[in-house]
Design a protein around this ligand. Structure first.
Ligand code: BV8
Ligand code: ZN
Length: 266
């Protein structure tokens, strides 16, 4: 597979950036074998619309169907591994931090693969599939084990229906994650939108916040999105391939510039 062309100006922007904000979507986990959100419904789930299942109303109406779908996704996530895209984000973060910059990682994903790849601070805008809580008494636990025996899973403390700790459509985002993401978008020099269709709010507005604050914006997505025509750069490639190529380019061209070589060789 040919490596995508990484524009010189983008490599320069990455090496000059003091603050980079990265927003990821389901496309970053696709190369781990996790269907993207809009393709999530294959097989027995294909008769459902994800946006229909990802709501409090659906949980109230069909707690068994909704929790079985989420538990099916939880098992998928537990049985897959982070991919080159997740690892490249860790490598890029380390490179930037070694050179005095800062990276804020914001994700719409609920699979915790960034953390499993080694990303330390992640703003999870839409919660996490592994956290489950009682919809009645709030009792919560991280569930890393096998599939539940009953749907919906029942709270041992009060007998209530347990739900996944994700943010459903119509629910507020976690205020600390959203505040951190907005601040990072408003203060960054470079905003990277990776593997997201840019359809879900308020996450989709972060790139516009960044560009309104004079940040440059790069999008990595094999398909065009509403952001494509507004971005400074748009790389039509998969996250794993494009991010690995970007890290390679920054490592070799970016930081091997004459000033850096003097600094490195003393
Ligand atoms: C809220 C958890 C306040 C559950 C999810 C304006 C402002 C505020 C709210 C709204 C607004 N307008 C509308 C709303 C309401 C709503 C909304 O956005 N609706 C949309 C559909 C119009 N927003 C909300 O309800 C939010 N709450 O704002 O609270 C409020 C409340 C009520 C009324 C007003 C305000 C809550 C939204 C959170 C929903 N929960 N997830 C679960 O996972 O089941 S969202 C869900 O979609 C996932 O988190 C997913 O990540 C996310 C976004 O989708 P993407 O990540 O982009 O995934 P998608 O499949 O769409 O695209 C994948 C992309 O990857 C594609 O472009 C593809 O080309 C690309 N790709 C594929 N392979 C690769 C790749 N890219 C790179 N490499 C590859 N290999
Ligand atoms: Zn309970």
């Amino acid at each position: 597979m040919s490596l995508p062309e990484i524009p010189e100006a983008l490599i320069h922007a990455v090496t000059c950036a003091k603050r980079i904000a990265i927003l990821t979507g389901a496309g970053v986990s696709a190369e781990s074998g996790i269907p993207t959100f809009r393709d999530a419904l294959t097989g027995l789930w294909e008769q459902y619309d994800p946006a229909e299942l990802a709501t409090p109303e659906a949980f109230a109406r069909q707690p068994d169907v909704v929790t079985e779908w989420y538990d099916h996704r939880r098992q998928m996530v537990l049985n897959c591994e982070p991919n080159d895209g997740h690892r490249a984000i860790v490598a890029l973060t380390d490179l930037i931090e070694e050179n005095g910059g800062a990276v804020t990682l914001i994700t719409q994903n609920v699979d915790r693969l960034h953390q499993r790849a080694g990303s330390r601070i992640v703003y999870e805008l839409h919660g996490c599939l592994l956290n489950w809580r009682c919809s009645n008494c709030g009792e919560q636990a991280v569930e890393n084990g096998p599939a539940f025996e009953t749907y919906p899973p029942i709270c041992v403390a009060c007998g209530g229906h347990r739900r996944p700790g994700v943010v459903w459509f119509g629910e507020m985002l976690p205020s600390d994650a959203l505040a951190g993401a907005v601040a990072a978008a408003e203060q960054c020099d470079l905003f990277m939108s990776i593997g997201t269709s840019g359809l879900v709010e308020p996450a989709a507005s972060l790139a516009r916040l960044a560009s309104a604050a004079n940040a440059q914006v790069v999008e990595i997505n094999p398909e065009p999105t509403p952001l494509t025509r507004e971005a400074t750069w748009s790389i039509a490639a998969s996250a794993g391939v494009a991010l690995s190529a970007l890290v390679e380019a920054v490592r070799s061209d970016g930081w091997a510039s004459p000033g850096e070589v003097d600094k490195l060789t003393g």
